[in-house]
Design a protein around this ligand. Structure first.
Ligand code: ADP
Ligand code: MG
Length: 782
């Protein structure tokens, strides 16, 4: 049994390639599991994820070992269809192309299913009439018997004629419309698993094969048949699948809507003339004219003209935003009344729209941890159900007849009763709705989030957010506007302007918001700034360097103390300023304290309300900052944060360990920051929430990205997480409720198999419909 195979090609160093595929033919969670298993067994495949709701698969594999073609073939061998989605995550244009491929495949599949449904209904309905509805039950077989006697002569028993007719009508349904269930059954069997097809195939075959035997085996001639059960069951299941597919298609609407936002052309200035170019030909640096009512084609910066732009489609912000030269504009937003010229900065897959589409796609394709619960149940369900059905059958066959009132068997034999009860158990117990409970809710939930400008990067983040009990806000730029302004200066021995000029000359080199405030104030006073000869930024402390040959240091007390500068004469003023919420920058020139610059950042107008709402939902709210304790406390007070929960003077690199400390105390922590100097803390937190996707950093950082720079969206994110998780739990109840209630009823012989089939189909439809209700979600604040 030795296999002389060299696996030398699958060495570690290869870079895995990612590919996405559109899948067809899946009927339930077990099918998804079969495909996952099949593909992951291919050599060279590192990871596979199949999403039942979006009917997509992503695989990462080593292209040197396995080709996309082979992956497709493996899926086909397992009995399903796969089509590679090329460039699935690039520009919106390419994404929509891939989407088209998938939609075409789905539509084709749907049309085929529709034809099969009509076919099987056309045969099942007459079959139902002649077997269950009294006037037809009597007249049709009798008339047919008379006709046959006239044509062929001899004696025709109407009861036997009814049986033959049943066989003639039911056989095409069983073999043609029902073939897909046999196929699925067979493929699952090869993988030694079971799925919905297993149960449907077994259930309908039991009814059909028995009835066929009762028709043609002379010894069973007096037994009744129930061809209609098998045929109706198949019809109901097909109907349910079709309704489910329709509803499922709508769960993915959000992405389609996003992709449809992109402009098709742009009016570009080329060689001095304005030309309309397809969007794909726009390159960074192009000057683009945007006229009133037009879409901004790509991301860029306004260079001339002014207008207001409706950004609601990306940010959820309904008030149009003023745009002046120098302001950033985002592709796919809509220009209102003015017109302007912009310079393209990001095109194609780099635009914010493309990035958002990618994020939402990723989230919708990812698996929520709760789904493991459903997967586990699905895995044991099929064998358990078959065992329960066999038990039911045996009890009805061997035990019940001994005790039952003989009247029970006036119409049917114990065997038939047993067969019907067993079949009903098989059918009602199918866990097909269970597999849809999580992914459909995640798709609608993340889609709704995208509409609101609340982007969840993974299903896991959506799930975990609900469990968060401590929310840590970064101060600058998150709780505050992040645009601090100089409020007052206090100079010792030099003029105030000289103090500002020296500090600002140094701060010019820093990118900190505080530095901007100092430079801004110096400029507005018309002071001429110098370039520093040398410059050093001390993160979390301040800046130091040499201006006009003198050493200037500007920053915290600590920074100046380290320089050995005597701060005693400033103590009282510093404390007073800090108590009023101002940040004090101490400035030393040539080794001596030269003055103070007080800077204040205003808290965002919504901060207080957001803190209150989070606390009233039972969460502890913290503030973390590198600023000094006194200023921090004053700001916290304005925001309504408990002073005990203020973490001040935390160096940027220590923020993550403060988050970790809260986690060690047993809290589930969400960190809200701007992603500029708090990326490690965002990563450390159980859920990192990055504000203001206008900056690229924020789109990269965190598990949740808030597109608007509005803190109320933090509350919306929590609410959406809660609503989605509640929906998932509800779906589990819908899905399992049918099964758990239905099994005993079926086992007691009180449920006809075809009714069980209808109930089962209904349970899938109701799960998907219930997920779609999430579209009505409205955040409470905005
Ligand atoms: P935050 O946590 O509020 O974002 P930082 O960690 O960036 O604050 O900075 C902490 C403190 O360090 C500031 O409050 C300020 O006192 C000082 N500081 C940082 N950068 C500068 C700078 N460029 N100029 C002066 N002071 C600075
Ligand atoms: Mg900050």
């Amino acid at each position: 049994m030795e296999e002389p195979r060299s696996d030398a090609t699958s060495e570690k160093e290869q870079v895995a390639e990612e590919a996405a595929f559109a899948l067809t033919g899946m009927t339930c969670a077990a099918c998804a599991a079969v495909i996952e298993k099949t593909v992951s067994r291919l050599p060279g495949v590192e990871a596979v994820n199949v999403n039942l709701a979006s009917e997509k698969m992503t695989a990462s594999f080593d292209p040197a070992v396995v080709a996309v073609r082979e992956i497709v073939e493996a899926v086909e061998r397992a009995g399903y269809g796969a089509a590679p989605l090329e460039e699935a995550s690039s520009a919106p244009g390419a994404v929509s192309e891939a989407e088209d491929v998938q939609r075409a495949a789905q539509r084709e599949h749907e049309r085929r299913q529709q034809r099969l449904l009509v076919f099987s209904a056309a045969l099942s309905v007459p079959l139902f009439l002649i077997s269950m509805v009294p006037p037809f039950m009597e007249t049709v077989p009798r008339a047919l018997a008379a006709l046959l006697e006239r044509v062929f002569g001899g004696m025709w028993d109407p009861m036997m004629v009814a049986k033959y007719l049943g066989f003639v009508l039911a056989t095409p349904v069983q073999l043609i419309a029902g073939r897909q269930f046999y196929r699925g059954f067979w493929h699952a069997l090869k993988q030694r698993t079971g799925n919905m097809d297993t149960l449907i195939a077994i259930g309908t075959s039991a009814a059909y094969l028995y009835s066929t035997a009762a028709t043609f085996v002379p010894a069973l001639e007096n037994e009744p048949v129930f061809f209609e059960t098998a045929a109706l069951l198949i019809t109901f299941v097909l109907l349910g699948k079709l309704l489910e597919a329709r509803a499922k298609g709508r769960t993915g609407n959000a992405i389609r809507k996003l992709m449809g936002l992109q402009a098709k052309t742009a009016r570009v200035v080329r060689d001095g003339a304005e030309v309309d170019l397809p969007i794909e030909q726009v390159v960074p640096g192009d000057l683009i004219v945007v006229r009133p009512g037009e879409k901004v084609p790509v991301d860029g910066v306004v260079v001339e003209g002014r207008s207001s732009v409706d950004e609601s489609m990306l940010t959820g912000e309904s008030i149009p935003v003023e745009k002046n030269p120098g302001d950033a504009v985002i592709g796919a937003t809509v220009n209102k009344l003015g017109s302007f010229t912009m310079r393209a900065t990001k095109v194609g897959r780099d635009t914010m729209l493309a990035q958002i589409v990618r994020l939402v796609e990723q989230a919708q394709g990812s698996k929520a941890p709760v789904q493991r619960f459903a997967d586990r149940i699905s895995a044991i369900f099929v064998p358990a159900v078959l065992a329960a059905a066999a038990m039911t059958f045996l009890v009805w066959l061997l035990i019940v007849p001994r005790f039952a009132d003989p009247g029970l068997y006036a119409e049917v034999t114990p065997f038939v009763k047993a067969l019907l009860a067993g079949t009903a158990v098989v059918v009602i117990a199918c866990p097909c709705a269970l597999g849809l409970a999580t992914p459909t809710a995640i798709m609608v939930g993340t889609g709704k989030g995208a509409e609101l400008g609340v982007l969840f990067k993974t299903a896991e983040a959506l799930e975990r957010l609900e469990k968060v009990d401590a929310v840590v806000f970064d101060k600058t730029g998150t709780l505050t506007l992040g645009k601090p302004q100089v409020t007052r200066t206090l100079a010792f021995g030099i003029s105030d302007d000289e103090l500002l000029r020296l500090a600002a000359s140094l701060e010019r080199a820093s990118e900190h918001p505080l530095a901007d405030a100092v430079v801004e104030r110096a400029r507005s006073r018309g002071l001429a700034l110098d370039k520093p000869d040398s410059f050093e930024a001390v993160p979390g402390r301040g800046v130091a360097g040499s201006v006009e040959g003198v050493r200037v240091v500007c920053g915290t007390r600590k920074l100046l103390a380290e320089e050995g500068i005597d701060l005693s004469r400033a103590e009282a003023s510093v404390e007073a300023f800090e108590d009023s919420g101002e940040t004090v920058l101490l400035v030393a020139v040539d080794g001596r304290l030269a003055g103070l610059i007080a800077v204040a950042d205003t808290i965002k107008p919504e901060s207080r309300e957001v803190v209150r709402l989070l606390e009233s939902s039972g969460r502890e709210v913290y503030m973390i900052t590198g600023d000094n304790a006194r200023t921090a406390r004053a700001i916290a007070e304005q925001a309504g944060i408990d002073p005990k929960r203020v973490l001040a003077e935390v160096m940027p690199e220590r923020k993550a360990s403060e988050v970790a400390r809260l986690q060690d105390e047993g809290r589930v922590v969400a960190m809200v920051g701007d992603g500029i100097n708090d990326t490690p803390a965002l990563a450390q937190a159980d859920v990192g929430i990055a504000m203001g996707a206008g900056t690229d950093v924020a789109l990269e950082a965190g598990d949740v990205v808030l597109v608007r720079n509005d803190l109320r969206d933090v509350v919306s994110a929590f609410e959406l997480s809660k609503a989605t998780m509640r929906k998932i739990r509800q779906n589990f109840v819908w899905a399992l409720g049918y099964n758990t209630l239905g099994i005993p009823v079926a086992a007691l012989g009180l449920l006809r198999p075809e009714i069980a089939g209808a109930a089962m189909a209904l349970s899938s439809v109701s799960v998907v419909t219930s997920s779609l209700m999430l579209k009505r979600f409205k955040p409470s604040v905005r």
